[in-house]
Write a protein that binds this ligand. Sequence first.
Ligand code: IVH
Length: 687
Amino acid sequence: MTAMGETTTPPLAAAERAAALREELRRHEHLYYVKDAPEISDAAYDTLMNELKRLEAEHPELLTADSPTQRVGGKPAEGFKKVRHSRPMLSLDNAYSADELADWDRRVRELAGLLPVEYVAELKMDGLSIALRYEATGNGGARLQSGVTRGDGQTGEDVTSNIRTIRSVPLMIGAGALKRAGLPQAFEVRGEAVMPEAAFERLNEEREQEGLPAAVNPRNAAAGTLRTLEPGIVARRRLDFYAYFLLVEGEYWPQGQEATLDALSALGFRVNGQRRVVRTVEEMTAFIDAAEAGRDALGYEIDGVVLKVDSHLTQQRLGYTGRAPRWAIAYKFTAKSGVTQVNGITVQVGRTGKLTPVAELTPVFIGGTTVSRATLHNADFIERLGLRLGDFVRVERGGDVIPKVVEVVEDAGHARGSEQFVFPVECPECHSAVVRAEGEVDFRCANAACPAKLRESLLHFGRRDVMNIEGLGEAVVQQLLDRGLVADVAGLYALTEAQLTGLERFAEKSARALLGEIEGSKRAGLARVLMGLGIRFVGVRTAELLAEEFGSIDALKAATAEELERVEEVGPRISQAILEYFAQPENLALIESLRAAGVDMTAERKVRTSQLAGLTFVLTGTLPTLTREEAKRRIEDAGGKTAGSVSKKTSYVVAGEDAGSKLDKALELKVPVVDEAGLLALLEGGA
Ligand code: IVH
């Protein structure tokens, strides 16, 4: 305590704590920006950052130039150029209640004087803002020149190659469309890049299969994706882009916000259809209530509603505060998180024997459901949180994702718990020893025959995206195990109707249905079988690629590391895991049992054909369905080559909408020109 009665941290403890916080913050920045795998929420990160800022303010002698507090914005993943925005990308002031909206509306009207005041209400999409610059092409159209992240608002990162993979971003805009919109050939479009929930769930399933930690929420996943240095990965993640601003020479489109959205839509941008012109606070709240009610059915996350003054003239009159326009405000929905008490921690055993600690909570209502359990990820995470039993914690929930504990709440209203949690030294299910491999965060049960592993393997095997055995739920699996009816996944194929009707709540009809599902799963094909086997790091996508490449389990089994690594996306880590899997006699025995049971372990091989061998293609313009990358890949898969410019050696020019000078060149040199349909015909060998 100081003479003033305030608490400060003694210097020595402060120095240690500041150093620890810096290291921790750097680690999280690396996980977030470089690794694309954040472990904590933004709120928890902010708490750490604020603590460090406070310490540095109290003890200025501790401040170092390289402290994370001294950095503006985030560290770019290496390889992205910094670009200054044509005009700053500002943020928005927030409102959380109708009263705050009424205050804002009053201020707007006062400042607007006699100028018109109408608002456009739009959804506030939970992604990241992006600025797209379009520049003139030779034929009167405009082409996407660059895509830049918001960064610190003044300067962002040039992520153009990644932005190009987003299908809702037009790469070209035709002269006619520009003319109709009354736009010059150079302009800028700003909007929100979002990751749809379905893409987010798929991403997390893949990450789980591959033994990686789950992405925290779609916004972080979208941000991480756009900072990936691999446009191929970005393309697969299926981001979306919703446009909401149009700037010409750094100035907002003079015709107002409603007209901006119409113009953007006419230019071919995706514009969020849910918007309304509103005039009163009542109309604003009606729109907000409807938006909140419809939130879960959208397929992407929103975190509020943005209200913007429609008239550009009024916008200019209102102007800006330091960081935000006075003519817009964000109404934020209450977050999908809640505070509750941790009554206990249980430890779950997964399919691979991985032990996951789970917080048992006093039930709390979050975003429409009651949450009573939340994941704590691993032992290190508990330690970093400093969690004790009885603590109050903040729990977050997004979409269908498993709720997670994000921080310990420490304030006057929430007393800290006292009991330390001790991570078990033996498996909670079979009491064998638990082990942690060098360099890994997870503890695993060392017993190969652990019943929990078998239970989880069976559940995994039956999953919809694996062997798709409907009805193979927890209750059934538990009974099968209790009665010793199955000893491994192949055992499912030997089940009889008599055995199943003996189970609790199993009538003849349900027994037959389940047997039918099991029988049907025999034809699921190699990719799903590979997933079902649970080879480490082999997720949906890798399984499909392996199946396509090798065509049968025997060919895969015989593959060398080198052959495996020829498959797209398979690196040494995955090839090693596959080799290790096939080196285990018990795994080979399981494969033989599945084969004996009649499970199809073949796939149609993707034949790399050669019908385009010796041909060189030049692509120009926007094709109706294929992206540039897809067209290129398909040509190359069929043995053809692609080139950037047209010459006498070019075999075909593939022209899409707004084809530019390459088309003229082709006509001049009499190089045959085909459209997308023509290309597809060539690919199918129709030439
Ligand atoms: S207007 C100066 N409109 O929300 C204007 N922003 O909290 C700022 N956002 O950085 C942007 N949907 O990333 C605007 N319909 C929308 C939006 C939207 C989402 C994001 C945007 C912005 C943040 C501000």
